[in-house]
Write a protein that binds this ligand. Structure first.
Ligand SMILES: Cc1ncc(COP(=O)(O)O)c(C=O)c1O
Length: 430
């Protein structure tokens, strides 16, 4: 199917809204060939440097040859497996993951996507504590499934008329607000280590430790969502390691797929599986922890936890920082700050028009980067972790040009806005 036929059929059979949006803004890109940091349009006329990495799915780049080989080899003897039986592949992966975690985070339950893994964590927390309230962060994002959606931003459930139930939200980094929210009915607090959709907000020193202490004092479980921040993105395997805390549950998704085979994991402390000890078949995910996916994830774990790999992420983070500081100095009114840990980066921009303007200007400069939907003044900047120095140099040169163009585009957007033509339509809601 050629590009125009694909677009027409996509409009009819997949999403008319998306087709219309991308055509209107000259971004009608359809992914064809892909490799490393690059994705190419199927018509061969444009390529994009992926500075979004689907929020970490492509931490190891597109079509990583080691991951592809692992899947190819796995296909010689495995398939999805059977979710009822015990499994060598699930056991191997669970052992690798739990060995990498502190304390008694000893049990892994597998799913397919991040939202599913969050839903399970919240369901377990409510069941285990026999309490019904969950506290999360304003503007946080944990997925679009049932309970995960309920603890996220209202903009993703209000259009469907879905009500949040006993879900309370507090500002991230606000200790007194957290303290006030922790009533005796709170089963769990769920937080992203670094909230991405909120614009890569860095936890203030001591914040996560304080939340841990408050949870302990209240008999509340602490669930840490590492769907985006995990697997080396911040220069440590798990981002919560920077705070030195041990969560009660950890959510893993996106990057654990190697960009090749969907899989997610809810890691829990041993006593939290009591419900399953009584009835091991009351939670099922037919494809969760598919054996082919486990083999891929084992390889991802091995690659991402390698010391040299993590050192390289930190080193790459430093080179990116140097380049970003130079660009910031050129456009100080437009590009106002840098939020960064390793290669988890958010660019602080002038205002809510600037994020969408930069997304479009960057696209025109062959960079895929998306503004944070719950704070549109921030542009997410998430290069694949395998990025080379040469690629960093190339991307920063283009980013410089994009910043320049985005300043003008912002003015045009402000004039056109009120209609929200671009704003609020194409968003980094992950
Ligand atoms: C922090 C975080 N948690 C959970 C999810 C949900 O993952 P999924 O889209 O695989 O359901 C996302 C997705 O973007 C995420 O960014």
């Amino acid at each position: 199917m050629d590009k125009q036929t694909t677009i027409a059929a996509f409009e009819t059979h997949v999403s008319a809204g998306k087709a219309e949006f991308f055509k209107k803004h000259g971004m009608d890109f359809i992914m064809g060939a892909r490799e490393g940091v690059w994705i190419h349009d199927i018509d061969g006329k444009k390529r994009l440097f992926n500075c979004h990495s689907n929020g970490g799915v492509f931490n190891l780049g597109h079509h990583n040859p080691e991951i592809v080989d692992t899947l190819r080899t796995a296909l010689d003897d495995l398939d999805i497996g059977n979710h009822h039986f015990m499994s060598q592949e699930r056991t191997g992966l669970a052992k690798q993951i739990t060995d990498s975690m502190p304390g008694d985070l000893d049990v892994c339950i597998f799913g397919v996507g991040g939202g599913e893994a969050v839903d399970l964590a919240l369901k377990l927390a409510i069941g285990h504590t026999k309490r019904s309230t969950i506290v999360s962060a304003n503007g946080g994002f944990h997925g679009h499934t049932g309970l995960a959606m309920a603890v996220g931003d209202a903009q993703y459930r209000d259009p469907f008329g879905v009500h949040a139930g006993n879900m309370v939200q507090v500002p991230f980094n606000d200790v007194p607000a957290m303290q006030a929210a922790l009533t005796p009915d709170v089963a769990a607090v769920i937080l992203e280590t670094i909230p991405s959709t909120l614009g890569m907000v860095m936890p203030e020193p001591g914040y996560l430790q304080k939340v841990r202490t408050l949870c302990d004092a209240n008999g509340t479980l602490l669930i840490i969502d590492e769907v985006q921040s995990g697997l080396g993105r911040t220069g440590k395997l798990w981002a919560f390691e920077h705070a030195g805390i041990t969560p009660d549950m950890v959510i893993i998704g996106k990057g654990i797929s190697g960009g090749i085979y969907p899989i997610s994991v809810t890691v829990i402390r041993e006593p939290l599986d009591n419900i399953f000890k009584k009835n091991p078949f009351i939670h099922i995910s037919t494809y969760g922890g598919a054996e082919l996916g486990c083999r891929v994830a084992q390889k991802v774990m091995a690659m991402s936890s390698d010391k040299a790999f993590l050192n390289r992420v930190n080193e790459a983070g430093e080179s990116v920082r140097t380049g970003l500081e130079e660009i910031k100095a050129k456009y100080p009114k437009f590009f106002t700050g840098i939020r960064q840990r390793g290669l988890m980066i958010g660019l602080e921009l002038r205002d809510n028009y600037a994020g969408p303007a930069l997304t479009k200007a960057a696209y025109d400069q062959d960079l895929l980067m998306i503004y944070a939907n719950n704070d549109m003044s921030i542009s997410q900047f998430l290069m694949p972790l395998i990025v080379t120095d040469g690629e960093i140099h190339w991307a920063l040169e283009r980013l410089d040009k994009a910043m320049n163009a985005a300043r003008k585009l912002r003015t045009a957007l402000m004039a056109k806005e009120k209609g929200g033509a671009f704003i609020n339509r194409f968003s980094g809601n992950d």
